[in-house]
Design a protein around this ligand. Structure first.
Ligand SMILES: *Cc1c(COP(=O)(O)O)cnc(C)c1O
Length: 391
């Protein structure tokens, strides 16, 4: 038996936790509380560590209006994946020149919609999509997303589905020019919560090959590299801090491109929002499957279908804090729905205090990104996960 090792101050300042908790105490679980100040700190930190980069917030991480307006006011740009996200961001007074259409999977009419609203920067990774862009967004800037390796060191890989091989990227950028588009640059995403900084080295190396080939063989001078997201949030598995990511990635860029980088874009989602949020749930049931079983099952009122989908495959290991601090024992943690897939952690045994009781609260740390947006709307009748935002 070990004590529960999740400590508040490894994740939040005492002051911030107190303010989140004061609000949490007034509401029925489950819900997420976001401290907007923390997002501001992460944004400012990212900006100062990458002074040469433009930051496009990946809206899907958390599209709360309060977050979008905070980032709008700090001068951020927005990586947008759908017409709905676009309408929301433009509706907050962001101009279209601060938006990119970063989804490689798009309907023809949506390409037209983005173009009509004034967006001129499009991602692509396939010829049919590129031809659609040329037709429906004539003259736009396009960047081609390339495949990257390193998905085994990212806790939430984003690789296989998106991007194309180097040769195809070259062909698509040549075609883009022929079709009257502006072949603008390249993008990649090394996988979300990427713990191996070397993944950027390999990806930037591929980008360099494509830049050189297009310049030497086709007279095309690309202008931009989109380094994607993948920057870390603070979960159970350790990562380097952002300063180390920045130092290393800057070094990789210098090695390949010298002192005069192309335009650099970052698309953070998780690293800006995760640490700003705490999901608060309540213990519904604690049981054992037999009287001699060595571990308990702890059922709580939030689950895979109400915001914790990133526990799929036990990929993201959220730190779980409870106010009981005594002797602990391993527990399986599961959600409230009538679906046996609704188990968050079974292999990854979480130590929970032995005196944890039905009705006690569980605080899921670092849940400010990819939680509320992933919550089902009415599975077993449970409403979507609520969110409160404090300053
Ligand atoms: C989801 C996504 C991001 C954000 O990635 P994080 O790892 O959350 O920072 C960035 N770019 C694209 C294209 C994405 O789909």
């Amino acid at each position: 038996m070990k004590p529960n090792t999740v400590l508040v101050n490894d994740y939040y300042t005492t002051e911030s936790f107190a303010r989140i908790k004061a609000l949490a105490d007034q509401h029925e679980t489950p819900f997420v509380v976001i401290d907007r100040n923390i997002i501001k700190q992460h944004y400012d930190n990212l900006e100062s560590r990458f002074p040469y980069a433009q930051i496009y917030y990946a809206v899907k991480a958390n599209p709360a209006v309060e977050i979008l307006t905070l980032l709008r006011d700090r001068g951020a740009r927005f990586d947008i994946a759908s017409v709905y996200e676009l309408d929301k961001v433009l509706g907050l007074g962001v101009t279209a020149d601060r938006c990119s259409y970063g989804n490689t999977i798009k309907k023809r009419k949506d390409i037209r919609y983005f173009y009509e609203k004034g967006v001129r920067l499009f991602a692509s990774d396939a010829e049919p999509d590129l031809r659609n862009i040329a037709e429906l967004a004539p003259g736009a800037k396009v960047y081609i997303r390339i495949l990257t390796e390193g998905s085994h060191t990212a806790d939430w890989p984003l690789s296989r589905k998106f991007g194309c091989q180097i040769d195809m990227a070259v062909e698509l950028l040549v075609l883009a020019k022929q079709l009257g588009l502006e072949p603008y640059g390249l993008s990649f995403h090394v996988g979300s919560q990427q713990r191996d900084i070397g993944a950027w080295d390999a990806a930037i190396g591929k980008v360099k090959i494509i830049f050189d080939r297009l310049r030497d063989e086709n007279g095309i001078h690309l202008k931009m590299i989109n380094l994607g997201g993948g920057f870390p949030a603070n979960y159970i598995s350790r990562t380097n801090d952002l300063a180390t990511y920045a130092t290393e990635i800057t070094r990789f860029l210098k090695e390949d491109f010298g002192d005069h980088f192309p335009e650099i874009i970052l698309e953070p989602g998780r690293s800006l929002c995760s640490n700003a949020g705490i999901l608060v749930s309540e213990v519904v049931l604690i049981s054992r499957k037999s009287s001699t079983s060595l571990h308990r099952w702890v059922f709580t009122d939030v689950g895979k279908f109400s915001g914790l989908i990133e526990t799929l495959g036990e990929a993201i290991k959220y730190p779980i804090y409870t106010e009981k601090q005594g002797e602990s024992e391993e527990a399986v943690i599961a959600g409230p729905t009538c679906d046996s897939a609704d188990i968050m952690y079974e292999d990854h045994k979480v130590e929970l205090p032995l005196d944890l009781q039905i009705g006690d609260r569980m605080y899921w740390f670092s849940t400010g990104a990819y939680t509320t947006t992933y919550s089902a709307i009415e599975f077993n009748g449970f409403p979507p996960l609520k969110q409160f935002i404090i300053e």
